[in-house]
Design a protein around this ligand. Structure first.
Ligand SMILES: O=C(O)CCC(=O)C(=O)O
Ligand SMILES: [Fe+2]
Length: 224
């Protein structure tokens, strides 16, 4: 049969299926939502703790990061930015909890997982045209709750791998402005990174004319 069962189905996927627990939703944020978040981004960068390039084993990362809720530094979270200026970071905003829960719902359809999600930190990274992020695990958190990632601005090549090591098997996918990526369950501790920014690809109206913002929301599992 010319257009029989399965036509245009699984076999027609352009991107191979992601490992269990990993989910990609193209265009999760509207262009207005993206622009609004970029306005907040400018407020955060003028906040008590300026964006900085974290030093990992003596090397400065090429992204700059500003944090909400808890300040991330390799390999711990603190309330104050002891490696920058000692100031307390901005609070984790309530709207971000709602957004993160909606994101988990959209990605997984799991109402219980979404409803019980209590993110308490956001790492907000800015990538210029040259910036990259090497393959790593997000493992400074003391819970296995999912990581929720939102991208705004220039698109990038995002590499999502396995939980054992930074080498193959991995998949390269494009994250474009407005995309959501969630990794939890068996993929929570998968290695991942950003291998390339695609300059000049930020859509008109997203609020950012160049570069890329990525926000990851997480549960630290920390008290106090
Ligand atoms: O920029 C991205 O898409 C990933 C960011 C990331 O992996 C991180 O902040 O730990
Ligand atoms: Fe990460």
């Amino acid at each position: 049969m010319l257009f029989g069962p399965g036509f245009g189905g699984e076999e027609a996927r352009v991107t191979p299926a992601l490992p269990e627990g990993a989910h990609h939703r193209r265009g999760f944020l509207t262009i207005e939502q993206q622009r609004w978040i970029v306005e907040r981004f400018h407020e955060w960068t003028r906040g008590p703790v300026p964006p900085r390039s974290a030093k990992v084993r003596g090397h400065e990362m090429s992204v700059t990061t500003v944090c909400l809720g808890w300040h991330w530094q390799p390999y711990k979270y603190t309330r104050t930015a002891t490696d920058v200026n000692g100031r307390k970071v901005l609070d984790f905003p309530d709207w971000m909890t709602d957004l993160a829960r909606a994101a988990i719902m959209a990605a997984t359809g799991d109402e219980a997982l979404a409803g019980s999600y209590r993110p308490d930190t956001a790492l907000v990274n800015f990538y210029d045209e040259q910036a990259k992020m090497g393959m790593h695990q997000d493992r400074d958190e003391r819970t296995d709750a999912p990581v929720v990632s939102l991208s705004i601005g220039d698109s990038c090549r995002f590499r999502f791998g396995n939980t054992e090591h930074r080498n193959r098997p991995y998949q390269d996918l494009e994250l474009v402005s407005g995309d959501l990526f969630v990794f939890g369950g068996p993929s929570r501790f998968a290695y991942h990174g950003v291998t390339k920014i695609h300059p000049g690809t930020a859509p008109e109206g997203c609020g950012l004319s160049a570069g890329r913002i990525n926000i990851t929301m997480r549960e630290t599992g920390l008290e106090g």
